[in-house]
Ligand binder design. Structure first.
Ligand SMILES: CC(=O)N[C@H]1[C@@H](OP(=O)(O)OP(=O)(O)OC[C@H]2O[C@@H](n3ccc(=O)[nH]c3=O)[C@H](O)[C@@H]2O)O[C@H](CO)[C@@H](O)[C@@H]1O
Ligand SMILES: C=C(OP(=O)(O)O)C(=O)O
Length: 422
């Protein structure tokens, strides 16, 4: 297992290229199961989660070739010969459940292991299952697996979600493309990753309207065809690196960044005294003047403030002037970075889904433990601003969602290295 050692204190300056979105790629890849012809994704990120989805698709009989050093994924599902997504792979990554909708829609049956909970919450998949049942799927939960079939094919219907779910919207959107008739998805997720998926499916011949709004309408077609699609920019990687000059001082231009992907987050940065400018090449960020100011943050589905940027924002607010209140409204256990930040001298009080952060002048380096993906990177951000050395242990979580994090930060002047844990 690797650790990352950060020596804090330097103002960081430079350019950081932003990769394609992990969360978009993880739903675009299973879309290959919907067609006989090849689907090629460009601008793919190079991450361990992408390797896991590759292994899952290959285990079903799909061909997945990683080209141009992993930037291009060429996939083909013309010879799917296994309809079971096994526990051994699914348990590694919750997004594995996204193969269920496509397999059911094209092959009429599937057996997919239930993914189970994870560090940030219980994360059930009931909404995925109810939505597929609304399209006529017959589901049976046995031996830790969802046994699904749709003998006469899926049929269009009305899917009304009681709460917004990104994954469930993606699963049923993919399934509906091959269902007979019209499907209306109400209270659909509006995340940019949903819009990206809908655009890719449309390139494959799907008939979809309304993505990016709360109601998506899909007119089912008999078959989808091959396509090439570029993965949308990773708004969470973008937001994370935008916080670098905010927390250390200096100025960073995030290449390929788009403010429209991170609107609510930019409003909070502005309130905190951070300048954000859209340039021709990306997004340029620096402090307006002096110390960062405290701000209150509530996580919400898009277009609200993303839960996936809450930990990183908390790291910034640990050194802000004043007291900030962060409310986590998506996941029930997403403050595990708080005790680790406290080890670095932060003043944080957690009560249920609310964290109250009283800013300190300076954090102090310490050995800390990464508990999940965004928690890991929040500790690196804190380490960049802290006095002395921070050792972030168990960084394998980090490699799920950030490619070459040390290289990207070192290029801006950070003292950061990856070492093997003793
Ligand atoms: C691979 C991927 O894209 N992951 C993202 C996706 O996760 P994911 O798609 O798993 O998140 P959801 O939007 O589904 O979850 C939102 C909330 O709904 C609950 N829920 C969800 C499904 C369900 O069947 N039943 C249920 O109760 C969840 O426990 C959670 O409390 O969106 C989350 C919310 O923006 C992000 O944090 C994740 O990074
Ligand atoms: C929670 C995340 O991912 P996943 O849904 O894959 O666990 C994330 O990207 O922050």
């Amino acid at each position: 297992m690797d650790s990352i050692i950060v020596k804090g204190g330097a103002e960081l300056r430079g350019e950081i290229p932003i990769a394609g979105a992990k969360n978009a790629c993880l739903t675009l890849m299973p879309a290959t199961l919907l067609a006989d012809e090849p689907l090629t994704l460009t601008n793919a990120p190079r991450l361990s989660d992408i390797a896991t989805m590759t292994a899952l698709l290959q285990s079903l009989g799909a061909e997945v070739s990683s080209l141009q050093g992993g930037r291009v994924l060429a996939m083909s599902s013309h010879s799917i010969d296994n309809l079971t997504a096994h526990y051994d792979i699914v348990r590694k990554m919750r997004a594995s459940i996204l193969v269920l909708g496509p397999m059911l829609a094209r092959m009429g049956q599937a057996k997919v292991s239930l993914p189970g909970g994870c560090a940030i919450g219980a994360r059930p998949v009931d909404l995925h299952l109810r939505a597929l049942e609304a399209l006529g799927a017959e589901l049976d939960l046995r031996d830790g697996y969802v046994h699904a079939k749709a003998p006469g094919g899926l049929k269009g219907g009305i899917v009304e979600f009681p709460l917004v779910s990104v994954g469930a919207t993606e699963n049923v959107l993919m399934a509906a493309t091959l269902a007979k008739g019209t499907t209306e998805i109400r209270q659909a997720a509006r995340e940019p990753e949903i819009v990206d998926l809908a655009q890719c499916l449309r390139r494959m011949g799907a008939q979809i309207e309304g993505e990016g709004t709360s109601t998506i309408t899909v007119q089912g077609v008999d078959a989808l065809h091959g396509a090439t699609h570029p993965v949308v920019t990773d708004r969470i990687e973008l937001g994370t690196y935008m916080l670098v000059p905010a927390i250390t001082g200096g100025e960073v231009e995030c290449l390929g960044g788009r403010i429209d992907l991170v609107g609510a987050f930019c409003e909070k940065l502005d309130e905190a005294g951070i300048s954000v400018e859209q340039t021709e090449r990306g997004v340029k960020v620096s402090r307006k003047n002096g110390r960062v100011k405290a701000v209150n943050v509530e996580t919400e589905p898009f277009p609200g403030f993303p839960t996936d940027l809450q930990a990183q924002m908390m790291a910034l607010l640990c050194t802000a002037q004043g007291t900030s209140v962060l409310e986590e409204r998506i996941f029930e256990n997403r403050f595990m970075h708080a005790p680790e930040l406290t080890r670095m001298g932060a003043k944080i009080d957690v009560s249920g889904g609310t964290a109250t952060v009283t800013g300190v002048e300076r954090l102090k380096g310490a050995p800390v433990m990464a508990t999940d993906l965004r928690a890991s990177v929040s500790l690196i951000l804190a380490g960049l601003a802290a006095e002395g050395e921070t050792r972030v242990n168990r960084v394998y979580h980090l490699d799920r969602g950030y490619e070459r994090v040390e290289d990207k930060l070192r290029a801006c002047g950070a003292s950061i290295e990856r070492v093997r844990e003793e």
